[in-house]
Design a binder for this molecule. Sequence first.
Ligand code: NAI
Length: 470
Amino acid sequence: MSTTYDVVIIGSGPGGYVCAIKAAQLGLRTAVVEKRATYGGTCLNIGCIPSKAMLHASEMFAEAGHSFAALGISVGSPKLDLKAMLAHKDATVAANVGGVAFLFKKNKIDGIRGTGRVLGAGMVAVTAEDGSEQVLEARNIVIATGSDVAGIPGVPVDIDEKVIVSSTGALELDRVPEHLVVVGGGVIGLELGSVWARLGSRVTVVEYLDTILGGMDGEVARQFQRMLGKQGFAFRLGAKVTAVAKAGSGATVTFEPVKGGAAETVSADVVLIATGRKPYTDGLGLAEAGVVLDERGRVRTDGHYRTSVPGIYAIGDVIAGPMLAHKAEDEGVAVAEIMAGQAGHVNYGVIPSVVYTSPEVASVGRTEEQLKADGIAYKVGKFPFSANGRARAMLQTDGFAKVLAAKEDDRVLGVHILGFGAGEMIHEAAVLMEFGGSAEDLARTCHAHPTLSESVKEAALGAFFKSIHI
Ligand code: NAI
């Protein structure tokens, strides 16, 4: 017997599960197909959530070891119980994936365990673990299958998740590696490198580009790299990794200067491969169903998340755009609204991005480099946390807030924050930009004192006219 749904969503990550809840709230009969044992996709199971549990715990460990004394707290030398820390991470994951199961029940969403395959418009086959198959009928199908580890382009690497690991294995190491080599100085490399550096590893990051966090505002990236250097990170920039091989109980990483020169090999106890992710479309039957992919293997969609097959939509990491959970969530809401006959929309100009290191790096809108490339005349306001009273009281004076506004009309075009709590502070900038606000609007908005957020206000004051406290 087959069941007819208004929507069948393949994948229960932040894109898929949020889409399901929104669709159900809008009165659509909804099912979600998920092959993993728990809901939540990469983000909740092996990505954002467990990494944040480890980032927080390791930050507390480092604070206890290095910063408490300056606050008049003597705790001696803190002792690491890695097993307990990993258990905290697992409990965090369990609570979050359980939360999604609860929300599915609450919203009367059918969760269907198994691997989904698109048979064509209106039909999804689901293969259960025991091999049995059922076919779901659906007025609409949403592909929300996310992404997978991409590996190093052109370099075969045997990721065993023990010695040569992806982000998944890097969240499960049962001992602190003496030397961790991270291939790729992007978000994953720096976040997970930070976890193990704080727990005692020597960390070397090998990065192809001349900068870490490529695409981030250059001034922010440079200052951030200096801060990580002080935390003990070693960087090999402009270095192309050409081989990663197991050697004894560890591994070796070979790289060569991008500009040409002699290759070098370093040994590591553990190597983290953090060279990007690729859209996950394996076994979905998209070619057979006539769903067209783009030149980078992503499902091609129009501005309304419609694929080349009517009634089949796609959202999240599997389509174009930044591979961010919150981008996928917003697309999930928008596509649910579209399927319900409403006008769903995502403003891609205002998607914040946060690197959850210490300090955090957060940005929304355009960088100085992008504004220059686009030939847009802009003003800059900058304010260092060293001049912020609250930051001083917290001994968190590293970094700065930076507001970029159009010379022509003072409209805020980009905000970049490097500092403690940046990931929380960025959202006032996002709201302001969503409403097309100006640096003057932000500067004239009363900010509570003493707060770190006053630095954002002061940077806006600087862009509009002059900062007060510097
Ligand atoms: P990424 O694309 O951010 O960085 C990968 C880096 O690897 C690049 O800088 C690239 O130049 C470098 N690379 C590539 N080939 C290389 C080679 N042969 N030798 C040396 N370096 C090489 O990818 P990452 O960090 O793996 O993250 C994957 C995705 O997940 C990204 O889209 C990221 O935005 C997302 N993500 C976001 C998080 C957040 O928002 N906090 C956290 C974790 C992941």
